[in-house]
Design a protein around this ligand. Structure first.
Ligand SMILES: *Cc1c(COP(=O)(O)O)cnc(C)c1O
Length: 394
């Protein structure tokens, strides 16, 4: 049998306008370093989300690393971080020689639990070891409970880094995602809602800090005719070519958000009635870009586990994935402190065990969306038939 065309979880979706900006860069030989596309892309992102400024860098990870450096996070310090996220949220904590402390999710947004965060702060204060920063993630495009989280962090005067790598274009109470912390970060990795093939952005209202970030991201070169460095910096700036790709991608961001939300709505309309399936919620007052459609399957009710579903779809060349494995369960962070939502109740463990992400790319055709939905329904139909015949459901 000829294999069907592969359907990816989230693949790059070009607008067609990227070549225009790349050509401009070539025509003016502004290949490197930096250049007008970088300056424009920074201004355009800042204008889109509503911050005073932005600094374009080589990845979302680099943006988090710079934010930690700017907040003076160093050896022996602690940083609180969402547990249910991609490992890049926390790796820069370790680059700085600091120690991550992981905070569980709550069920309404799947993001950082304000009550777990509060417990972590109370204990940290008692031990005289308050964190230097809190990294809050907006999973799959859904904003965390920002009001509650900000109120806890403000009470201890600890700055927030908003990891909005997955939530560009989303909003919380009418305000754009990425604007809630002292710093926000975005990623333009190939699988994100818009891409520069690889890249990231640090955003803030503190323009002085952003200027310092640009300085640190270009090897911390002091103003001198010779090569003079008073600081150890990084090589983290975005290239002028890639910023050109980003400018064209940003022009279609709102369309991309719309497409992904439409895909989610179709999944929800077709599958929402199946017993045991629950889609990732969208909290009142928030608008998620639905970067990835995520859901949980209760295997006891549905008769199917998420892994069975993933394997079933894989047979038809469809990529589905489990929800991020929580960082407190990662071997790389063995021994790190962890604060569950409630004593003995870890929401992120539950979401990891029962969750999966469906293909959600804005370039998926309607036919491809129907293929995914059909594949899922087929597996549920098999379970129905098995049950109707009185046979055991494996
Ligand atoms: C993708 C991602 C990052 C890292 O971005 P890169 O550009 O790949 O370095 C960080 N945090 C989250 C939550 C992400 O999804």
């Amino acid at each position: 049998m000829v294999k069907q065309k592969r359907i990816y979880l989230s693949s790059p979706h070009m607008s067609g306008n990227e070549q225009k900006y790349i050509k401009e860069a070539f025509d003016t030989n502004w290949i490197a370093p930096l250049g007008p596309n970088v300056d424009c892309f920074e201004r355009e992102i800042a204008a889109y989300i509503g911050t005073k400024g932005a600094a374009a860098v080589s990845s979302g990870t680099a943006a988090i690393h710079l934010a930690l450096q700017l907040l003076d996070v160093g050896r022996g310090d602690r940083v609180f971080c969402s547990s249910l996220t991609f490992i890049a949220s926390a790796n820069p904590i370790v680059y700085q020689g600091a120690e991550p402390v992981f905070i569980d999710s709550e069920p309404d947004t799947w993001n950082m639990s304000p009550q777990a965060l509060k417990r972590a702060f109370i204990e940290a204060e008692r031990k005289g070891r308050l964190p230097k920063a809190v990294i809050v993630v907006n999973l799959y495009g859904q904003s965390a409970k920002m009001d509650e989280i900000i109120s806890v962090c403000d009470a201890y005067n600890v700055p927030i880094i908003e990891d909005a790598a997955e939530s560009l274009g989303s909003s919380y109470k009418g305000r754009k995602s990425g604007t809630f912390g002292k710093f926000g970060i975005f990623s333009f990795n190939g699988n994100k809602i818009i891409t520069t093939s690889g890249g990231g952005m640090l955003v803030s209202n503190d323009e002085e800090a952003l200027e310092k970030a640009r300085f640190l991201a270009t090897q911390a070169r002091d103003p001198a005719p010779h090569y003079q460095h008073s600081d150890v910096g990084f090589n983290y700036r975005m290239s002028n070519i890639l910023a050109g790709v980003g400018r064209a991608q940003l022009e279609v961001l709102d369309e991309r958000v719309k497409s992904r939300r439409t895909i989610y709505k179709r999944y929800q309309a077709a599958l929402g009635g199946i017993e045991g399936i629950d889609f990732m919620p969208e909290m009142d007052g928030t608008m998620s870009n639905r970067w990835l459609t995520a859901l949980t399957i209760d295997a006891h009710i549905a008769g199917i586990s998420p892994m069975q579903m993933i394997e079933h779809l894989a047979k038809d060349n469809i990529e589905a994935r489990p929800v991020w494995k929580p960082l407190h369960l990662q071997p790389a962070f063995e021994g790190a402190a962890y604060y569950p939502h409630q004593a003995g109740v870890s929401i992120s463990d539950h979401l990891f065990r029962n969750g999966l992400c469906l293909p959600s790319g804005s370039n998926m055709t309607l036919e491809e969306q129907i293929r995914v939905i059909g594949g899922i329904m087929e597996l549920f139909a098999k379970v129905e038939v098995t049950r109707a015949l009185g046979l055991p459901v494996s």
